[in-house]
Ligand binder design. Structure first.
Ligand SMILES: C[S@@+](CC[C@H](N)C(=O)[O-])C[C@H]1O[C@@H](n2cnc3c(N)ncnc32)[C@H](O)[C@@H]1O
Length: 398
């Protein structure tokens, strides 16, 4: 890395906040050396606590935050996270931020940057009482806190949000016959490992995603449709479960995602038919598949540990918007299943609208044998329950 970690982190933060980049994708190429780890900590920490950080900065700065150049503001945000919420040395945070600010924006900004950060360092932070304070502490908008609290009560909401603030470790699925390296098996989810370094036959994915493949109870000879398949993690799992007998068709509505998933799988010598198709209008006759996997597009609230920016991209209507598409996809998926077969409905979120409510009243039941807990007519894995991403899984019959 040529630039200093704080310079790299500020650039990445700007791309996530203003250009819609995904932090996990953007930071994936960084190494596991100390500089790479520092950049990740700075970007993820700042993204998690952005609202609280901006509140501290607004108190400390002599001008409104929207009057500060965005790139300079990002440097100040990162340093504020380090000073108030991180675990680094305060003088390094201030000195580095000011040095990078000088290189990028010239000498005149150094006095301002220094003054703001010294004031951040000294400031007393008083979190408001009640829901507003809780949502700042737990780093989600008040409506998210409220929505979960209504469904789960205070204790579980806090447990979920607190666990969602802890970065996810390295995890994956060991392909049959492959070497898992130093990864430890994840209890109750065969094939999933955590920790590392992992071996070459390990596909990076969260254990909760491995659980979805297991819930499908795919056996050799079956015909399977993966209706929302890109980037292909669960398709690969189905391929392994079929052991060379049976068929899997991988479909996704987005051509670009299909192209990159197909080439990724081909690099691993996994060749399956990929089609670009909107799951609401699938190009198949009814009742032809033993299983349809509907790993639904969703708000992604269950993946906050890996994509902390998600919290800033949602609005109170997001879960309902998502649910409308999910219901249509599920209705369509159910038409494609043979008698005796089922749809595996999964979503990496925990909002009731996108999970229990979608399958409510249908012939749906939780999968058996997985860690987690029952949630309505489905099953929930989540950081506070299983140390995994949040994932809802339900087996739905036509
Ligand atoms: C959660 S991701 C799937 C992840 C994938 N199953 C895996 O394990 O790698 C949801 C996918 O749904 C796709 N999608 C969104 N709307 C869709 C639609 N109407 N029909 C089919 N796929 C859709 C998105 O392009 C996205 O790839």
């Amino acid at each position: 890395m040529n630039d200093s970690p704080r310079a790299v982190a500020a650039t990445a933060l700007g791309r996530v906040l203003r250009e819609g980049a995904y932090s996990n994708v953007l930071l994936a190429p960084l190494g596991d050396d100390p500089d790479g780890r520092l950049v990740r900590r700075l970007v993820y920490g700042t993204l998690r606590h952005l609202v609280r950080i901006d509140r501290l900065l607004a108190q400390a700065a002599s001008r409104p935050l929207d009057a500060i150049q965005p790139g300079l503001l990002d440097l100040l945000r990162i340093a504020t996270w380090e000073l108030r919420l991180g675990d680094g040395a305060p003088h390094a945070a201030v000195n580095e931020a000011v040095t990078v600010a000088e290189t990028r924006f010239g000498k005149p900004v150094t006095g301002f940057a220094n003054a703001v950060l010294r004031s951040v360092q000294r400031a007393e932070e008083r979190l408001p009482a009640g829901e507003e304070g809780a949502s700042l502490e737990l780093a989600v908008a008040p409506w998210i806190y409220r929505r979960l609290q209504t469904a789960w009560g205070d204790e579980e909401t806090r447990a979920f949000l607190t666990a969602s603030l802890v970065p996810a470790g390295r995890t994956g699925r060991v392909r049959p016959g492959a070497d898992g390296g130093a990864g430890e098996p994840v209890a109750g989810i065969p094939g999933a490992i955590a920790g590392g370094p992992v071996g070459p036959g390990v596909l990076p994915m969260d254990p909760a995603s491995v659980a979805v493949g297991l819930a499908a109870e795919v056996t050799p000879g079956m015909s399977v449709l993966d209706m929302a398949a890109a980037p292909g993690g669960k398709t690969m799992h189905v391929v392994d479960l079929l052991e060379g007998r049976g068929t899997v068709v991988a479909a996704d509505a987005h051509a670009r995602r299909v192209r990159s998933a197909r080439s990724r799988l081909e690099q691993l010598d996994v060749v399956v038919p990929w089609i670009v198709a909107d799951g609401r209008r699938p190009p198949f006759p009814p009742a032809v598949f033993d299983r349809v996997l509907l790993d639904a597009p969703c708000t992604g609230l269950g993946t906050l540990r890996r994509r902390p920016e998600i919290r800033h991209r949602l609005d109170p209507e997001s879960p309902d918007r998502s649910a409308e598409l999910q219901r249509q996809l599920l209705a369509s998926a159910l038409r494609l299943v043979k008698p005796g077969g089922f749809v595996v409905y999964s979503a990496c979120t925990v909002f009731p609208e996108e999970t229990v409510d979608v399958v409510d009243g249908l012939a749906a039941e939780p999968p058996r044998g997985l860690p987690g807990r029952v949630a309505g007519q489905g099953w929930l894995l989540a950081p506070h329950l299983t140390g995994t991403d949040g994932m809802f899984i339900s087996l739905v019959r036509p």
